[in-house]
Design a protein around this ligand. Structure first.
Ligand code: AMP
Length: 441
């Protein structure tokens, strides 16, 4: 948790906390019709006994964005210079069917970036989420981004109002999630055709015209690079003027380009992301850790430019994300368990003779500063018996230093698992050890 905290704070976020239970009303303003079925609601018993008309419904906090909006409006946060950057860590409660990675009580770590309407804010937010994963040495993730304005534009061209749009979003979100799992060969007891048939029926029940249903089905499968995806969306919605305008004005291309320039190559546009809650506007995103299988979505977020105003505050654009901490822990233990060597030592330095001692001490000192556990042979063993000692103890690396290495100020790094060895500079050895032991490039 300290690593996550440090990373978030390095972007200028300050921690806040909100109550564990809230008035149900707070969430009912903009969380969708199905919201009540998915949360733990209870009533104040004393009030209930005194006056039935005054029964108040409470809810165990299912997420933080709505409470933070209330906090923003009712505290001096709203008069602070923009953007206001706050983060939180705490328990959330949802009425789920418990399964691995999906619990009724779980911990979220999230941030809210309030006040900037510009796509630079979306870019920095997504970079921060990626940096949290990198700091945890979870380097294999996929960022999927969408702009809900395109979908909203299309649906309004077909005369679906805001509430109807949200119902359609829910149907799309569920189907897209199932298809993504099938893409990754995650078993979900459904076939591709089954998922499509189900969403077709659902869309029909929601009054979606066959022509629109066809476009939405194509959206479900539409993901990839901006250069490929955007012309395909344009072709699909060319008869829908609001959607065409939304694509022209969309910051999607800008955001994806900036992320790629930053080095986040595993990010793609995914028209299937609609997000579960009704308050999202514009850019939304999700991050998957494929190592987690069925519950691979570890982070979700996006813009909620209307929510603060709907809660009675000034017109204030905002964006944010939440990590599922339990899923981060699961992924962390999966990745690091696999990489965990059986020895508590990462590398044993074997020298040919005491003449190489100075350079060996220097290399050991530098590696220890980087966080590696390093031993130098202190038994004056012959070089070969020192290597066999490292092998016996299942130490992952031997660092061999002989007269040539000493002279060139280099070292020979031997991967004792594969048996491969190579002479290289200290920096190259450091990178190779980081890659093998910690999984980072
Ligand atoms: P959400 O607030 O639905 O956008 O969720 C944000 C993140 O919280 C998700 O990406 C998950 O990692 C995590 N999450 C959501 N629901 C659960 C749950 N029931 N159990 C564990 N983690 C969850």
């Amino acid at each position: 948790m300290e690593t996550i905290r440090k990373t978030i704070e390095s972007y200028g976020y300050a921690e806040v906390q909100t109550p564990t239970f809230e008035f149900l009303k707070l969430f009912e303003i903009r969380s969708g019709e199905k919201f009540r079925d998915d949360v733990f609601v209870f009533q104040d018993p004393t009030k209930y006994l005194k006056d039935e008309d005054k029964v108040v419904d409470y809810v165990l906090r299912p997420e933080y964005t709505a409470p933070i909006c209330r906090m923003y409006i009712t505290s001096d946060l709203c008069i602070q210079p923009k953007p206001v950057k706050i983060y939180y860590i705490g328990s959330c409660y949802r009425y789920e069917t418990p399964q691995p990675g999906r619990y009724r009580e779980f911990t979220q770590v999230g941030v809210e970036l309030i006040g900037s309407p510009h796509p630079e804010a979306d870019v920095e937010l997504i970079i921060l989420a990626a940096e949290v994963l990198k700091a945890l040495k979870l380097k294999k993730f996929i960022i999927r981004i969408n702009d809900l304005n395109i979908l909203r534009g299309l649906l309004s061209d077909f005369d679906h109002d805001y509430d109807a749009q949200n119902r359609i979003f829910n149907a799309i979100d569920g189907a897209a999630g199932a298809l993504r799992k099938l893409d990754l060969n995650v078993p979900i007891n459904k076939t591709r055709e089954g998922v499509i048939e189900e969403v077709q029926t659902e869309l029909k029940e929601l009054g979606v015209a066959p022509e629109l249903s066809k476009i939405l089905e194509s959206f479900l499968e539409l993901h990839g690079d901006a250069k490929e995806v955007i012309p395909r969306i344009q072709a699909l919605v060319k008869k829908a003027p609001t959607a065409v305008k939304a694509i022209d004005n969309s910051p999607l291309k800008f955001v994806v380009e900036k992320l790629k320039n930053y080095g986040l190559i595993d990010c793609e546009i995914d028209l299937g992301i609609a997000r579960g809650l009704d308050y999202y506007t514009n850019i939304v995103f999700e991050i998957d850790l494929p190592i987690l299988g069925n519950q691979k979505q570890v982070c979700g977020g996006g813009r909620y430019n209307r929510l603060i105003q709907e809660f009675g505050g000034e017109d204030t654009p905002a964006t944010g994300f939440a990590f599922g901490f339990d899923r981060l822990l699961l992924a962390y233990s999966k990745v690091h368990e696999r990489k965990k060597p059986s020895s508590p030592v990462d590398a044993l330095i074997c020298t040919y003779s005491p003449d190489e001692q100075d350079w060996a001490l220097q290399v050991a000192g530098e590696l220890r500063k980087e966080g590696f556990k390093v031993e130098i042979d202190l038994m004056r063993r012959k070089f070969k018996s020192s290597l066999s000692n490292a092998n016996k103890r299942e130490i992952p690396f031997a660092i061999i230093i002989g007269p040539t290495e000493k002279e060139q100020q280099e070292l020979t790094l031997k991967d004792l698992e594969s048996g491969i060895q190579d002479t290289m500079t200290y920096d190259d050895a450091l990178n190779e050890m980081k890659e093998k032991l910690w999984g980072i490039d």
